[in-house]
Design a protein around this ligand. Sequence first.
Ligand code: ZN
Length: 427
Amino acid sequence: MENKKSIPPIEVVEKMSREERQKYLDGRLKDLVAYACERAPATKARFDKAGISPSAVSGIKDLENLPILRKDELIELYKANPPFGGLVTVPMSDLKRVYVSPGPIYDPHHESETFWRRQVQLVKAVGFRKGDVVVNTWMYNLVPAGLMIDETLIRAGVTVIPMGVGNTELQVEVLVKLKATGFYGTTSFFMNIINKAEEMGYDVRKDFNLRLAIIGGEMGGGPIRQLVEEKYGIATGDAYGTADVGMIAYDCSAKNGMHISEDVIVEIISYETGKQVGPGEVGEVVVTPIDETYPLIRFGTGDLAGWIDEPCPCGRTALRITRLMGRVGDAVRTRGMFIHPRQLQPALAEFSQIAQYQAVVTRPGHRDELTLKVELKSEEGVDKEKLTEQLIKAVTGAVRIKLDRVEFVAKGVIPELHKLIIDERVY
Ligand SMILES: [Zn+2]
């Protein structure tokens, strides 16, 4: 981009005050929008369709006027205008690799300076540094994950062992023989390796040299990470990103929410109003990475999170979001209101006599009905009438829609792995 000289080094951006950062990101966004609309016809078409002149975007607040780019629309763009859907700003010959993600979406691997500096900043912030030997178990073929993380680690000065997925036994041997200090992969695969190592007779604490594992990519890994830290003495970090935009946010040592990566603009959008929300509300994570080669403006991740307002004890000034709280698709619109698992969970957590539950939305006539199916741990000593009353009060308060009835069901009726809210309406 033309104003490269004016971009401050990442070390400076990391310590900016909130006001400075806002100003910096607003400026970067303005340049990015102008550049993308000039070079990426699909982006220009999105602005035209919304009736917005690119020059009318002077900051993050102005993004609200542009409809969110959804994954299925992205796929449609790729189908309609191969190879890159009119979204990439450089010719094929300027790309280093092209990844084939599901869709199919052809993700470009390129040299955009701000893209790589944010990737590197993230792995350094989580804790990898020169001298580390890191086993990377993300998939190396087709999709971006493996090679993108590989290149990021190399740029951060780390020695990489490109293991990819599978070969659990070999992974154990390599971790032991090469005295790897770091691991990067999914939580479940990391646990497979740990279990295999124990099966092979290794003592993970003594025989492994691991000090840090960046494990994540899955919901609900918290208890496992705690186990890894306490039982095996290996620090863990989490990083949040998507194949489409790369890294978005990361854990710091405070482990209380994730900092937004530098050079990434995140909005959290209310699924009720479609507007940007402030702290205390939950909404969809919508991302605009400052990436001149592949500028996806307002990409909807479908993930739900909220802002954390307090300064972080680690000293970084980058804003933080909560851990991911589910997917947008998990919310069910009922009587004009969205109800989401995150609303039900805290309300029902207090009822220790309940083994499992599931909210079901039906439409027997012209009104949506909300039923809570409940499986008790034991029927003994449970006053169902009283419990029903308490549940109706708690759920109605939590979801702001009247719970019509509670239905006690036998063991097995609600499957072990189930959605907390299901939509059984027939129109
Ligand atoms: Zn922090």
